[in-house]
Every structure is written in C-alpha cells, then in structure tokens.
Ligand binder design. Sequence first.
Ligand code: HEM
Length: 227
Amino acid sequence: MVTPIRWRTSIEGWIWQNSIDLVVYRFSKTLLFLVCLLPAAGLGWQWWHDRLGANPIEAISKDTGIWALRLLLVTLAVTPLHRVTGWHGMMRYRRMLGLFAFFYAVLHLGIYLWLDQFFLWEEIVLDIQERPFITVGFATFLILLGLAVTSPRAIVRRMGGRRWQSFHRLVYVAAAGGVIHYWWLVKADVRNPLFYALLLGGLLAARLLYSRWVTALLHRSGRTISI
Ligand code: HEM
C-alpha cells in the first residue's frame, strides 16, 4: 500500500527529476546554439581584424559554404547515431542543426549576391544558367529553403507526420546537391569533396541498411510500416 508520505516523496522526486531534465535540456540547447554560431563569429572576428587574407570575399564564401555542408551532414548523422546509441534526447537537437545549415547557406548566398555579383540580377540569372556548379548550388538552396520553411511544429501538424517526413527526405538530395556543387567547382584536387561524398554515402548506406532490417523484421511478423 502507498502511504501519503511515500506518495508525496515520489511526486517530489518526479518534479525534481523533471526540473533537472529541463535545465539540462535548456542548457545543452543554448550551448549547441552558441557552438553553431562559432564559425560565423570566427569569420566576423577575422574580418574585423583584417585576417581573412588577400581575398576576404572568397574566404567568407568558402567558409560559409563548407559550414552549410558540414552542418547538413551532422543533421543527417543524428538519426543513425540515435539508433546506435539509443539516446533519444539527441533527436531534440536535429531541427536546430538543420536550421543552422540553412543559416550558413543564407550567408553563403548573401555573400554571392551582394559582394560577388553586386545584386546585378541579369548577371545572376545568366550565371545560374551557364555555370553548372552555380545551377546545382541554387537548386540545393531552394530545397533547403523549403525544408526550413516547413520546419515549425505548427506546419508539421498541418502537413501531417507522414507527408512531412516524406518531404523532409529531400534533405538527402540537398546534401548530395551540396557535394556535387563542391565537386564541380574544384578544378583538380577533388580530395575534399570526395571526403564529404564518402560521408554522405556512409549515412545513406546506414539508412538503407536500417530500413531493410526493419522491413525484414516486420515482414516476418506480417506488418508494414514506412521508415
Ligand atoms: C544559390 C546558391 C549558391 C551559390 C550561388 C553558391 C556559390 C558558390 C561559389 C561562387 C563558391 C566558390 C567560392 C570561391 O571559391 O570563391 C561556392 C563554394 C562552395 N559552396 Fe556554394 N553556392 C550556393 C549554394 C550552396 C549550398 C546550398 C551549399 C551547401 C549545402 C554550398 C556549399 C559550398 C561549398 C562546400 C563550397 C566550397 C568551399 C571551399 O572551397 O572550401 N553552396 N559556392
């Protein structure tokens, strides 16, 4: 039998545990937010102190582009890591990571439109039509825009979980677009884009293997599900 004292103790324990969880969650999210801002802050600091080298615009353009791609891959790594480690709390950070990938893509595009092309829209349209790596970069940016716009919880509810999930699989297409964009712009040494291509290949393979494994399990038990 549960005595009133035991009952009160367990309620207090529950409140205490939940308060700790909330504080840890808020603190870790703020910390991650600040960590994701570090590359932008670093660029701002180097720009302010004139440390961006002979071509600061190129340096900022390259840095923001590479961080957009890195954060996109980190976002894609969250689900497989959650499956391997079983740490469900990790999924809470996925949206923020994805939005930061978009943030760096916005900076990257902003630099191109402003400091590279001086907002000369005719030139920009010609550039998108004539240089394949810019065409792919532009298409990738549009996908990221679509993913960012549909990321608020209210839109997830309105779209419905399944439809939202299928749409958000486009994040793999965006990551592939980022890698192709990078590959096509480097002239000779493809080692860096190859590294990101291999990472993406690994993440895709992990996803395919997992969905095959779950499908096989469900097949055995006579049920179906979309992963
Ligand atoms: C309209 C959209 C985009 C345009 C116009 C664009 C343009 C460019 C340009 C001009 C460069 C060469 C920078 C230089 O060497 O001076 C570049 C590099 C790069 N961009 Fe983009 N980009 C776009 C979208 C994206 C997106 C969405 C991503 C990532 C998902 C991305 C990732 C990169 C990467 C990784 C580099 C190479 C950085 C390096 O060399 O270290 N770009 N981009």
